[in-house]
Design a protein around this ligand. Structure first.
Ligand SMILES: Nc1ncnc2c1ncn2[C@@H]1O[C@H](COP(=O)(O)OP(=O)(O)OP(=O)(O)O)[C@@H](O)[C@H]1O
Length: 241
């Protein structure tokens, strides 16, 4: 399997504060990694570091062999990182359609599946098609999350970073989002890192899993093997899930 992402001895944080310590991880092309851990263990900091939004103190991140360290967030987007931050960060004063067209990028050369366009996002989320002309301020939390995901997709990324996509949403919307994420990763083969505190839903749609504790990786393995060890899950994440 071709390696897409390689993280080596990464330390990072905010200003002088170091949150992540000596993190090493890798992700193969077309695979999905579930990034798990209790509150405050550094999951968001790791995602933000991959996206270029924290201070990297040591180590290196390679995406498709390209070193990301010196690249700013927008340059990482151009290099293939599709980031859906926890805060969603859609443009609230623009319409749904404008949010998508404002960031759309052409697909990379050599890509096997069809490029992501606003129309393909509307196919994935028919709700957004109905709200095409609505402003960001007029969307529900679930619709905002769908739009945030759609915005990352129209960048035509090679790696999707999804930070707690289901947080605070109604179960029916969570199901819709998980179905869409499964389609994007499983059927379209887009590589992804999915952050969650509640592992069952995303372990089922992930190939591998990593668990963070106090800014370090304390478990790495296949998603299936973690799912099959409820006692270990309980020990690592606190509650039997
Ligand atoms: N902007 C910031 N400045 C300084 N420290 C921060 C900042 N954001 C987070 N931290 C600290 O970094 C540590 C890891 O936080 P982080 O948000 O990465 O954890 P998390 O695993 O994503 O948690 P949660 O599941 O609650 O989102 C925490 O101790 C937190 O207080």
């Amino acid at each position: 399997m071709t390696e897409l992402l390689k993280v080596e001895h990464l330390s990072a944080g905010y200003g002088e504060a170091v949150v992540l310590n000596a993190i090493s991880l890798s992700l193969a092309q077309g695979q999905t990694l579930a990034l798990l851990g209790r509150n405050g263990t550094g999951k968001t900091t790791l995602i933000n570091t991959l996206a270029g939004a924290t201070r990297q103190h040591a180590g290196e991140i390679y995406l498709g062999g390209i070193k990301l360290h010196k690249l700013a967030s927008h340059e990482r987007a151009a290099a293939g990182i599709g980031w859906v931050p926890q805060e969603r960060n859609i443009f609230k004063s623009l319409s749904v359609h404008e949010n998508l067209t404002a960031v759309q990028r052409p697909a990379r050369a050599g890509r096997a599946s069809s490029p992501w366009t606003p129309n393909r996002v509307y196919e994935l989320f028919p709700r957004l098609a109905e709200r095409k002309t609505n402003l960001g301020t007029q969307l529900s939390g679930g619709e905002q999350q769908m739009l945030a995901l759609g915005r990352a997709l129209v960048l035509n990324p090679t790696l999707l970073l999804l930070d707690e996509p289901c947080e605070g949403l109604a179960p029916i919307i969570v199901q819709e989002l998980l179905r869409a994420i499964r389609r994007i990763t499983r059927e379209e083969g887009l590589s992804a890192i999915l952050v969650e505190q509640h592992p069952q839903a995303i372990l089922a749609i992930s190939d591998t899993a990593a668990v963070l504790e106090r800014g370090t990786v304390v478990y790495q393995g296949t998603a299936t093997s973690l799912q099959e060890q409820p006692e270990l899950l309980d020990k690592l994440l606190g509650v039997a899930r």
